[in-house]
Ligand binder design. Sequence first.
Ligand SMILES: Nc1ncnc2c1ncn2[C@@H]1O[C@H](COP(=O)(O)OP(=O)(O)OP(=O)(O)O)[C@@H](O)[C@H]1O
Length: 613
Amino acid sequence: MAQKAVGINMTLSEKIYQSAGITLPAISTLFALIVAYYIDPYLAFVSTSWVIFGLLGMSLDIVWGRGGLLSLGQTAFYGMGGYFGSIVAINFSATTGNSIIWALPAGAIFGALLAVILGYIIFYARMGALQSTILTYTFTLLLWSVAQPFKLKVGEASIVGDSGLSNIPGIIIGFGEEAESLAPNQALMAVIIIASILYFVTRRLMSSHFGRIIDCIRIDHEKAELLGYDVRKYQLLNFTYAGAIAGLAGTLYALWSNFLSPSIFSIQEAFLPPIYVLVGGLGTLAGPFVGALTIGILSFVLGGTAGGQTTLILGATLILLVLFLKNGILGSLDLLWKRFLPDPNAAARNTNPVKIDGDTLKEILKEAEQQAGPAKSLSTNDLFKKFGGVIPVNKVNRSFIPGKPYSLIGANGAGKSSFLKTCVGMYKPESGSVHLSDLDITHSAVFERVKNGMGVKNQKPQIFGDVSVLDNLWVAAYSRTKQNQQALAVSHKILNMLGLEEQSNVAASALSHGQQQWLDIGMVLCLAPRVIFLDEPAAGMTKEETRELSSLIRILALHTTVVIVEHDMDFVRTLEGDVTVLHQGKVFAEGDIQSLRKDERVLDVYLGRRKHV
Ligand SMILES: Nc1ncnc2c1ncn2[C@@H]1O[C@H](COP(=O)(O)OP(=O)(O)OP(=O)(O)O)[C@@H](O)[C@H]1O
C-alpha cells in the first residue's frame, strides 16, 4: 500500500515494480488469448470454467482482501445472478440471438441487488467479522434449501427444482442470422476478454480514491469514521460492486455449462472462492485467477491419474501451498520481488525531532477558518452514561469555547475517556445532550459529528499502518475537501509543518511511536476541526516533543475549541488553560492548575487519598 507516487524520485527497479501491476496482467491476458486460440477444444472448454471461477474469486477478493470481510455469500450472488441472467438469456436470445448483451448486465444487476440487501443488514447492523461471515454462509445455505424444491416458469425458461434450469443458450455474441454459440476456443477467448476488462476496471477502482478509502476502512474502520467517512456506505458500495461481479460471473458460468442446478449454492461451492483467493494471494485481485487456474490444472491432471483420490490429493496440495506460501502465489512473488527493491521505509530511520513551525501552523489554521467557518463551542447538558453498574459519565454539564485549552484530569477510571467518547459519539448516552454550537448532536453518528466540525485523537495513535505517511494525511484531508488537489495541498502543508517530508512515502507503521502521535494529530488538523478532542496526546512523546505539543495546543486554542484528557499535571500546567477535575464520572472541581494543585480535596482524589472524599 505504501507506494510512491509514480515518477517521484523513483529508481528504475521501483518504476518497473510499480508498472508491473498493469503490464504483467496485460501480458498474461495476451498470452492467455494466444494459448486459447491454439489449444485443444476440450481443454479450451474446461479452462473457460477456470477463468470464470477466477472472476468469482476476484469478487471475493474485493470484499475480503480489500474490504476485510470474509464473505461465504459470493456463490449466492453467483448462483442467483446465474439463474436470473439465464432466464434473460433464454428469453432474449430467442428473438435477438445474442445471449450475453442482456444476460450479463442482468446477472450483474441481480447479484448487486442481492448484495445490497445482505450488505445492508451486515453493515448497518454493525455486525462483527465473525457474525458477518456466518450470516453470508447462512444466506447461501438458505438459498440452497429454497432452490431444491423451487419451480418457476418465466417465458421460455423453466426452473424445475433439483433438476435445475436447462436449455440455457451458449455464449453467443452475434445477432440474428450470425447468432451461433461460440466454439470452445472462441468462447474461452471471449471469457478471457470479459474477465480481463473486469479485472482492469476493478484495479482502476481499487487504486482510485474509493479504493484508497476502502483500504483505510479495512485497516481501521473506527479511525476512518473518526475522519468523517460514512464507513457503512463505503462498505456497502464495495460489497455491492463485488456482488455485481459475482452475478455476472454466474451468468457466464450458466452460458458456458448450458445448465444450472441448486448445487451451485452448496457448501462445497461456497468454500471454493476463499480457496482460490488464498492460493492466489489475498488482496492481489489477480491472485484468484492464478488460484483458480492452479486448482483447475491440478484437478484436471490429478483427476485423470488418481480417479476418486482427486479431492484428497487436491486438499493435501492446497494445505502444502497455504502452509509454505502463506501469502499465496502472487503475494509471495510480490514479497520476493520487494526484496530486490530499495527499502521503502529506510527514511523512517532519519528522524529529526519534530519542530512545529508556529507561522505555518497559524497559516493553516487561518486557511481552515476560511474554509470551515469560525470555531464552534461544545456543551453537554446532564450527560449520562453507564455500563451496567459503572457510571463513568454522571450528569456532566460543561461548556467549552475557543480561547484557551481545556484539560480534563482525574485519577484512573475517573471517566475522562468515557466523557470524551460520549461527546464524540463513540458511546451512546443514556440521557442528557451534547451540542456543537447550536446544533444538537446527541444522536448523530460519529462521522456526522466530524463532518460538522469535530476532530478527535484517541489515546493510542490511530494511523493506517500499511499506508504511506502522506496518504494518511491525504485520506483525512480528502474526507473534508472531497477534492484531490486541495486535499494534497493541505496534506503537504501539514507534512511540512510536522517536518515529516522526508518520511512522506514511508509506511506509517515504520514511524516511531512519538512520530505516529504527531501524524495522528496532523490527520486531525487536516480535517480543519472547529472543536478538537485530544486524549492523552503527549503519551509516548519525549520532553522536547511534549514542549512542542504544548505550544501547538496553545496556538490551536486561539483558533478552535480544544479539550484535552491528560494525566500529566506538568504538561497540563504548561497549557495555561482551564482545568476540570473529574471524579467518579462527575465534575469534582474546576479552575486553573495552580489553585487546583493546592486544593487538598483535589489531591485526595487525584492521588487516591481518601480522607476528604
Ligand atoms: N466500553 C466500556 N465498557 C464497560 N466499562 C467501561 C467501558 N469504558 C469505560 N468503562 C468503565 O468506565 C470507567 C471509567 O473509565 P474511563 O476509561 O472513562 O476512565 P479514565 O478516567 O479515562 O481512566 P484512564 O485515565 O485510566 O484512561 C472505568 O470503570 C471503566 O472500566
